[in-house]
Design a protein around this ligand. Structure first.
Ligand code: AMP
Length: 142
């Protein structure tokens, strides 16, 4: 199974915003949508960065609540590791555990087409293991 299978199940919707928004705007978006990360896009819709709740907490912890007025462009991660639709679940797990992040935007031909989280990946891996176990049971039962 791959990233395309995850997006087929969960859909292609991604919450995005632009780099001029303040950290307070980002906090509101995270709360409103009940999510842990926002993809920051440029005017042409290409990925410009990613801002997670962890980045937000670090900014507030280091600079105090006044930082909430500052633009997200100063705090987002600008070098974003993205996935392709064909990337396998194992590949996504490897990227996330190696780089220690929990989200990967899925990009095809420079277009953002979805986002996978570590939760999506683990859920899919468990379904895969359960299917394999059921197939083995059927095989051994003859
Ligand atoms: P997360 O675990 O997703 O909350 O993110 C932990 C840290 O990694 C934060 O600094 C994020 O900005 C950063 N991050 C999250 N996802 C990615 C990604 N796909 N590529 C690069 N950095 C990321």
């Amino acid at each position: 199974m791959n990233a395309a299978a995850i997006l087929k199940l969960k859909g292609n919707g991604v919450v995005t915003t632009t780099k001029d928004k303040s950290l307070l705007d980002i906090a509101k978006l995270l709360a409103e949508h009940g999510i842990g990360c926002i993809v920051i896009v440029r005017d042409d819709d290409k990925v410009a960065g990613i801002m997670s709740e962890r980045d937000l907490m670090r900014a507030i912890g280091q600079a105090g609540p006044e930082v909430l007025e500052e633009p997200v462009s100063d705090f987002m991660t600008k070098t974003v590791v993205t996935a392709r639709e064909a990337d396998t679940i194992d590949r996504l797990m490897w990227e996330m555990t190696t780089h220690r992040f929990r989200h990967m935007p899925v990009v095809e031909r420079d277009r953002l087409i979805g986002l996978v989280s570590i939760g999506d990946v683990v859920k899919m891996r468990i379904a895969e293991v359960e299917m394999e176990a059921a197939a083995t049971r059927m095989y051994t039962a003859g």
